[in-house]
Structures are given as C-alpha cells and as structure tokens.
Design a binder for this molecule. Structure first.
Ligand SMILES: Cc1ncc(COP(=O)(O)O)c(C=O)c1O
Length: 423
C-alpha cells in the first residue's frame, strides 16, 4: 500500500527539477535502516553511495572479463584493456580533457597530489615558493610541507572571518612569485567555493604552475579543465559515486610528458636494460604495476550515471537543498554555523550546537539514522584559525531530499533535549 507523502516531500518535488524519489531507488544501500530508522546519509563529502549500475559494472567485469591489462594477446586481456582504456576516455570527456592520455588513474586524490609534490618537487630549488590556501584538506598541504626539507617556502593564503578566501592576501603572496600554486576548488570543511578561474589566471600570469584539488568540485558541478586552464587537477572516484581505490590526476599532455615518473616498475616502462629504462607513453608512464582495473571501470559507470542526471541538475539540486537546510537550521536556537552564505558554498553545512560536543551531536543523530561527520574534517589549520577544534558537518548529494534535512533538524532538537541545552 502506498503511504501518504509528507508535506515536505510534496513541496520538494514541486520545487526540485530532479526526481530524487527515482534516484533513491537506484541506490541499494538507501533501502537500509539504521537503528530502525530511515537511512539518512549526509557524509557525502567523505564518500558517496553507489548506484546499482556501478556495482553491476564491477561485478560484470569480474564475472566476464577479468584479466591483467596490457599484458596478453588473448581475448580476456584484450577485453579488460579495452574497458580500462575506455574508462580513461570517459573520464577525459567528463572533465573536458583532450583525451585519455591526460588522465592518470591513481588510488585517490591524495595520491594524485603526492605524485605532483614528488615529481614537480624535483624541479624546485632552495628558496622557491609554493602557495596554497588555508582552506586546504590536509592532502593538499602535508605533501607540500615535505618540500620544506629542500629549503622551499610554503606560503598559505589566509581566509576572511566568514571563511572565504582572502583574495588580497592571495594576490600579495602571488607577488612572491611562487613556482607552484595549488588550491582546492572548494573547502571540504566549510563548503566555501574558491574563485577558481580568477585564481588560475592570476597564478598563470605570474608564471606559476597551477594545480587544483578538484575532489569536492568534480562530483558536484560541471568542470571543464580546458575552460578553467589549470595545469593539473586531482580528484577521487569514491566521492562521485564510484568505488574506493580509484583516483584521477588530470594533467595537460605537455606537462605530464615533461614530468619524471612517480612510481617505477612494471607497465610504466618502454624498454629496460640492465643499466637503465625508458618510459611508456601517457598515461601509462604514471601507472606502475597492475592497476585497479575494476575501479576504473566502476568510475566510468559512475560518470555515465552522473551524465544521465546532468551535472547542472546535480549542482542546482544541491544548492536548493543547501538553501532549505540553512533556513531550517536558522530556526533552531543555539546553533553556530561556520562558513559563508549558501551562494558561496557547495552543499555542505558545518556547525556546532552550543553546549554539546560535535561527536555527541553526531552520536545522537546516528541514533536517528542520520549519518554525519564530526571532527576536524582533515583541515586542522583551518579549524584552528576559526578558533574551533571540531564541528558537525552535513553534506548533500543528488539522492538527498527534504525529508533528509528534516531528519537532521529533528535529530539536532533531540540532542538539545537529551543534553538539556535547549535555549
Ligand atoms: C578537498 C579534498 N581534497 C582531497 C581529499 C582527499 O581525498 P581522498 O581521501 O579520496 O584521497 C578530500 C577528502 O575528503 C577532500 O575533501
């Protein structure tokens, strides 16, 4: 028997151009209950759930095509190689790269950024500057900190009290002529969007190599690397409906060609003698050893799914949900929100409830089936600058709807009651 729809579900359908009801059915995990309640998954910044089409693509690969790639002339190996190579092409089309040569599969965004710090780091000399921002995830900060051992200066552009990039400080630090400028397209801790295009242009005009950490942008909005013009971009498959263990490094062909390899060994070589080796063509020069073939195929299936929905629609849906959630949270007394207003953010809300530790809020929410992250969100310097140790973070994706936000709000009110902090 069909249950009656809640008022919130009806008005949401009217306002959202996306059919979340249909989308939700395509994610098997969303049928689960947590503590007897509807699963409300709001930790999409950390990782995302997988649609059946992604799970099936991986199973289909293992059931019908599994073999090592680029190593056999037999049918299975050729099929696996073709699918794996096509996954590079699909990824290239998704972000507007020229072709699969510009797409290196890694384990995750962290590995892509480490690859760059290791290889580009070799070109740097004592006294050179590298510029990042205070909005970085640790994965776009710690690898650059390692270069200090070589005598490199790491400059960090500051943020405004609302959690926006302090653009004047960025420009001032750009006048120190950094060799590399590496910044996140959006903060995973606050949701703040950075003015990517402007920053890339300014950095390129000052002669720097530009790197964008696209881990939070690529899953949530249309991204075209040729229009944006960065030299390199890193992102993770698992944050965009794909499996874990597959990440991407995009690089302009000529830039990737000029870099030395990162990991060495099988697959990434052309010829090997007892004395020396030469390197394979792009992108294989950067994919040493047996790659994550199933992961690449799963990522391609995830991209097909996102294309089917449309990235404009995904971005619009999340923005509407963010606006709704922001309004709902404003109604609750005793909440401190961090980060700028919705028009400057992705679908991420970072907050604390007065008088209750973030982990306790997350724990009460869990009792209500609501899965949120609490802690420092791998952005300790940013949280320190904001004067906090931890926050609760709710982050949205295409399968979230208004009832999810309502469950979040109800859970926060329950926590306030339980901890007797109702203002
Ligand atoms: C902005 C940003 N960059 C990089 C990463 C690292 O991603 P991964 O853990 O998949 O390497 C994350 C993960 O949350 C992130 O949000």
């Amino acid at each position: 028997m069909l249950r009656n729809k809640t008022k919130s579900e009806i008005s949401w359908k009217e306002k959202s151009s996306m059919n979340t009801e249909k989308i939700r059915k395509e994610f098997p995990i969303l049928r689960r209950k947590i503590n007897g309640r509807r699963l409300v998954y709001l930790d999409n910044t950390a990782t995302t759930q997988k649609p059946a089409s992604v799970i099936e693509a991986i199973t289909e690969y293992y059931e019908h095509h599994n073999a090592n790639v680029h190593r056999g002339i037999y049918t299975l190996s050729q099929e696996a190689s073709e699918k794996y190579e096509e996954a590079h092409e699909e990824t290239a089309r998704f972000i507007g790269a020229q072709n699969g040569e510009e797409i290196v599969f890694t384990r995750n965004a962290t590995e892509s950024l480490n690859l760059l710090a290791f290889t580009l780091g070799k070109e740097l000399k004592k006294g050179d500057h590298v510029l990042v921002t205070l909005l970085e995830h640790h994965s776009n900060l710690v690898p650059w900190q390692q270069l200090k051992e070589k005598g490199i200066h790491l400059d960090i552009a500051r943020v405004t009290p609302e959690g926006l990039l302090n653009e004047r400080d960025f420009e001032e630090k750009l006048s120190l002529k950094p060799k590399l400028v590496s910044f996140t397209a959006a903060s995973n801790a606050l949701g703040t969007r950075l003015p990517q295009k402007k920053m890339i242009k300014a950095a390129r005009d000052s002669g720097a190599t530009t790197i964008v950490d696209g881990a939070q942008a690529v899953p949530h909005e249309p991204v075209n690397v040729q229009k944006l013009g960065m030299d390199f971009m890193a992102f993770s498959g698992h944050k965009m409906l794909g499996p874990t263990g597959i990440g991407v490094l995009y690089g302009k062909k000529e830039r990737l060609e000029s870099l030395p390899p990162f990991l060495t060994g099988g697959d990434m070589i052309d010829t090997v003698t007892e004395e020396k080796s030469t390197w394979n063509a792009l992108p294989w020069k950067f994919e040493a050893g047996t790659p994550n073939v199933a992961g690449g195929i799963g990522l391609a299936a995830a991209i097909k799914y996102l294309n089917g929905v449309g990235m404009e629609a995904v971005a619009e849906h999340e923005q509407k949900l963010l606006q709704y959630a922001t309004n709902q949270l404003q109604e609750i007394p005793g909440i401190r929100r961090y980060g700028p207003s919705p028009e400057h953010k992705l679908g991420i809300i970072s907050f604390n409830v007065n008088g209750i530790h973030a982990h306790d809020v997350a724990s009460v929410l869990d009792q209500n089936g609501v899965q949120v992250r609490s802690g420092n969100h791998c952005a300790q310097p940013l949280l320190n600058a904001l004067g906090i140790k931890a926050s609760v973070r709710a982050s949205f994706y295409l399968y979230n709807d208004r009832p999810d936000v309502d469950a979040l709000v109800d859970g926060i009110r329950s926590a306030q009651k339980l901890f007797k902090v109702t203002p």
